[in-house]
Design a protein around this ligand. Structure first.
Ligand code: F6P
Length: 552
């Protein structure tokens, strides 16, 4: 669809039809929807690879879903998807192709950018990563003093940190437990301090992950890490080659930093930072889990890519999840979306999704540069169950806000737990199923009274229900299943961005803070006679207070 000729989203007949339908639906009750359609629990489900998706506990009817699909058709979601897979420059504000799907394409696939097939280069880097990972894992890669590497410290931030850090947690049971892997992202020196304080520098490898190799946090931490290493080893610059590798698109800057480009693992400007952990950015992860597991993960991604590319809208899981988000965000005024995994290994999953979703769809101008007057990306949040149940679930159950939620759970633990712990899995999953049931169907005042609850407590013990949830269930949390889950969310974000007519692949909003921080830093240190006169009165007073506290 030609963006320039596109009718404003909320002026399309499809949007109007949805608004009318929403009005007619009133306050839909899940109890009634299930009573009217007893087979709903099996009818409103989808299967994608290893993922079983139940969307029956949503405030939708067949008509709602039909109208939502019409909105997707009218806004050209499928056309934009096809343009993405073809390598067209759909990231218009940066004039870039968006081809994270090429990172997991099979060796014999052809994906062209500017007339060149990029798949051979993708696999050449994967092979180089595999050979490096094997050397580290086997102890062949030795440091400056000849000791094998035992510790890997990944230094990166945003997309160069969250993906590998999340996946390392998820796949911990697949990792080589003799290796220590740590992630440093924050420019707060405490992060690097805690990561290296108990490590032997002679056994430590730093993986500097930065697409641009200009990100201030990463370059500052990498420089401090280099100083630490050379000081501790009492070594010269030549030690860097054995202890530092780079993951980047910017060979010039990598060289400038002092890392041999032979030790650089390349990726390309058509890979967005938040879509990059299946590129060279996943090197630390690959060292931890081994190349075979990494490839299994890529195959999982690819499986869902193919599903997204080919499945009709009615059976297309990313379409469905994207459309449900539009339904609540735009027609119920839901402001946030909870992702609640029932797996301890998914502890960093939601933090990862926050960047994926909020950096992609946190936009307020459309592709033509006009301010949108419809809601775009939601606040994404959540932590693993059952912990959340004892913290914020109260608000989801009985608060005043509508919070659609995804529940993600597994039929079995991914590996043998200590004796006795395996039985806990059923308890975990009983909670998983109970929560979506309680959220959907609640407890009526009559049911509360029937339990003999005194009248004055009835309103407090009543659960309104009608809180919509998607349940995603898989057998085990394997590398392939992780890839499937991530691709599912990547494409869900895509569908929503396409409908809202925003560029989901740029992130200009993070620039202003970076520019201002550069201006403020010399005011804090007093370097270069910087002039505080340009600051607003609040920031000036705060800077002044900081300097007084620091005795400057
Ligand atoms: O926060 C902005 C951002 O550009 C993210 O999109 C990116 O993932 C992160 O910074 C890190 O960037 P780089 O990999 O270039 O260091």
């Amino acid at each position: 669809m030609n963006a320039a000729s596109r009718t404003k989203l909320n002026q399309t007949p499809e949007w109007t039809a949805l608004a009318k339908h929403r009005e007619e639906l009133g306050a839909p009750r899940l109890r009634e929807l299930f009573a009217r359609q007893p087979e709903r629990g099996t009818a409103y489900t989808l299967r994608v690879g290893d993922l079983h998706l139940d969307y029956s506990k949503h405030l939708v009817t067949d008509e709602t879903l039909r109208l939502l699909r019409e909105l997707a058709a009218a806004t050209g979601v499928a056309e934009l998807r096809d343009a993405m897979f073809r390598g067209e420059k759909i990231n218009t504000t940066e004039d870039r192709a968006v081809l994270h799907t090429a990172l997991r394409a099979p060796r014999d696939a052809v994906v062209e950018v500017d007339g060149e097939n990029v798949v051979p280069a993708v696999h050449a880097v994967l092979d180089k990563m595999a050979s490096f990972a094997d050397q580290v894992r086997s102890g062949q890669w030795t440091g400056h003093t000849g000791k094998p590497v035992k510790n890997i410290v990944n230094i990166g931030i945003g997309g160069s940190d969250l993906g590998p850090a999340m996946a390392y947690e998820v796949l911990r049971s697949f990792t080589d437990r003799d290796l220590t892997l740590r992630f440093v992202s924050n420019v707060d020196g405490a992060d690097l301090h805690e990561a290296v304080r108990d490590l032997d520098p002679a056994e430590t490898l730093f993986v500097i992950a930065s697409k641009t190799f200009t990100t201030i946090e990463t370059i500052t931490n990498a420089t401090s890490a280099r100083d630490w290493l050379l000081t501790e080893l009492r070594a010269g610059q030549d030690a860097v080659a054995k202890h530092f590798v780079a993951l980047s698109t910017n060979a010039e800057k990598v060289e400038e930093f002092g890392i041999d480009t032979a030790n650089m693992f390349e990726f390309w400007d058509w890979v967005g930072g938040r879509y990059s952990y299946d590129s060279a950015i996943g090197l630390s992860l690959m060292v931890a889990i081994g190349p075979d597991r990494f490839r299994e993960m890529l195959d999982g991604f690819h499986l869902v890519d193919e599903h997204f590319r080919t499945a009709p809208a009615e059976e297309n899981a990313p379409f469905l999840l994207g459309l449900l988000g539009v339904w609540y965000g735009n027609f119920f005024d839901a402001q946030s979306h909870a992702v609640l995994p029932y797996s301890h290994y998914l502890s960093k999953f939601t933090a990862y999704l926050q960047q994926l979703d909020m950096e992609s769809n946190g936009k307020s101008v459309d592709r033509e540069g006009d301010r949108v007057d419809w809601q775009t990306g939601p606040v994404v949040w959540g932590t693993p169950g059952t912990n959340g149940q004892h913290a914020y679930y109260q608000l989801i159950h009985q608060g005043t806000k509508l919070i659609p939620a995804d529940f993600i759970g597994f039929a079995a633990p991914v590996h043998d737990l200590l004796p006795g712990l395996i039985a806990q899995h059923d308890l975990l999953m009983a909670n998983f199923f109970a929560q979506t049931q309680a959220l959907a169907f609640g407890k009526t005042p009559e049911e509360v009274r029937a339990e003999g609850v005194p009248e004055e407590l009835v309103p407090h013990k009543t659960f309104r229900g009608n809180h919509p949830t998607t349940t995603i269930l898989a057998d085990k949390l394997t590398p392939s299943v992780l890839g499937q889950l991530i691709a599912l969310y990547e494409h869900k974000v895509f569908v929503q961005g396409a409908i809202w007519n925003i560029d989901s692949f740029d992130q200009w909003g993070v620039e202003l803070g970076k520019v201002l921080a550069k201006k403020i830093e010399p005011l804090l240190t007093g370097d270069g006679g910087a002039d505080a006169g340009q600051l607003d009165s609040s920031t000036a007073a705060l800077v002044d207070a900081y300097r007084t506290l620091r005795g400057r």
